[in-house]
Design a protein around this ligand. Structure first.
Ligand code: SF4
Ligand code: SF4
Length: 323
């Protein structure tokens, strides 16, 4: 995700009338001109909160659905501007050096704006349905010109299923394509909430084997696979996204099992292979979270091609597998 300073979107009342326009959700980023989150040019809104804790997560700022301050120590100028801004005494200067006590932080964000080094960033500010819709409609011309649309992602956006439904319904009423990027580890009713107003799904698959899934993420994949088949049975196009982590989930047997599973997803539009990388490692440090990123290299093009070829050999002829 591209770092972006928080701002307050303007509201277009005509697009946001209705009882649920006041619903809120915590968000972490908005990505405009996205070309990998569904067809055409899209705008992707990333919501905070997730039902999984994948150790290789590229977006650990989305783990919990509550405000969290990130402090990038390497950017700190030790100017001390944050000290007076914080009502809880989290920031102090010791011998001319800045120190941050996260245990006292309430996530109010008051220290972010004064920070001269852009070392502080608050994730998880609250946004209303009305604000989100107004923000997303700003890029309508690009959706129209490219056959694109709006994608809700996370974290796990369906943690906020009612919010997602309200946003997607309004966007769709404007004639704009809508997509949900989900890990699928959500109750069925959360899927059912968005099903009528989502044109398509991007669906993460960590491992097809339940035992492997448990070892990797701490939970089995029964609910995930059931929701995947439920969405397909409802006729919604599904693009499956597989993050490939060396020594974790890309052995030949793992891929064969994934291919055999995906062969049964009748609305499958394609499989996108995503290469693990450790660039998010610095985020864990900035967020004060334990670094759980696997200490393995990114899979190279040869490894990705091997997986793609294996999947193509299992999936129906012409299946789109990209990386
Ligand atoms: S987010 Fe609020 S409580 Fe936390 S350090 Fe900044 S000003 Fe203090
Ligand atoms: S305001 Fe920002 S740059 Fe200045 S001491 Fe605080 S964290 Fe560092």
């Amino acid at each position: 995700m591209t770092p972006m300073k928080a701002r307050t979107p303007s509201v277009r009342a005509s697009a946001t009338s209705g009882d649920d326009a006041h619903l809120t959700a915590p968000w972490v980023d908005i990505k405009r001109f996205a070309v990998h989150d569904g067809p055409g040019i899209r705008t992707t809104l990333f919501l905070q909160g997730c039902t999984l804790r994948c150790p290789w997560c590229h977006n650990p700022e989305t783990y919990e659905a509550k405000p969290r301050l990130a402090y990038a120590a390497h950017r700190c100028l030790h100017c001390g501007e944050c000290v007076a801004a914080c009502p809880r005494g989290c920031h102090t200067m010791v011998d001319g050096r800045h120190a941050f006590d996260r245990t006292r932080c309430a996530g109010c964000g008051q220290c972010v704006e004064p920070c001269l080094g852009s070392a502080l960033r608050l994730y998880g500010r609250s946004i209303t349905v009305a604000e989100a819709v107004a923000w997303l409609l700003e890029d309508r011309a690009f959706y129209t010109a490219s056959g694109g649309g709006v994608t809700l992602s996370g974290g796990e956006p369906l943690v906020h299923a009612d919010f997602c439904r309200a946003v997607l319904a309004r966007i769709r009423a404007e004639g704009i394509d809508t997509a949900v990027d989900t890990c699928g580890h959500v109750p069925r009713h959360a899927v059912e909430r968005v099903l009528p107003c989502a044109d398509r799904f991007l669906y993460d698959l960590k491992a097809a084997d339940s035992g492997l899934h448990s070892r990797l993420t701490g939970v089995d994949n029964q609910r995930i696979l059931e929701n995947l088949l439920f969405i397909a049975a409802a006729g919604k196009p599904v693009e499956v996204r597989m993050i490939l982590v060396p020594d974790r989930n890309m052995a030949e047997a793992d891929i064969r099992k994934a291919g055999e599973l995906l062969r049964g997803v009748r609305t499958l539009t394609g499989v996108k292979l995503l290469a693990y990388h450790a660039l998010a490692r610095s985020k864990f440090a900035a967020l004060g979270l334990p670094d759980t990123m696997p200490d393995v290299p990114s899979p190279d093009a040869t490894a990705l091609r091997r997986v793609a070829d294996q999947l193509r050999s299992i999936l129906p002829a012409g299946a789109l597998v990209t990386f």
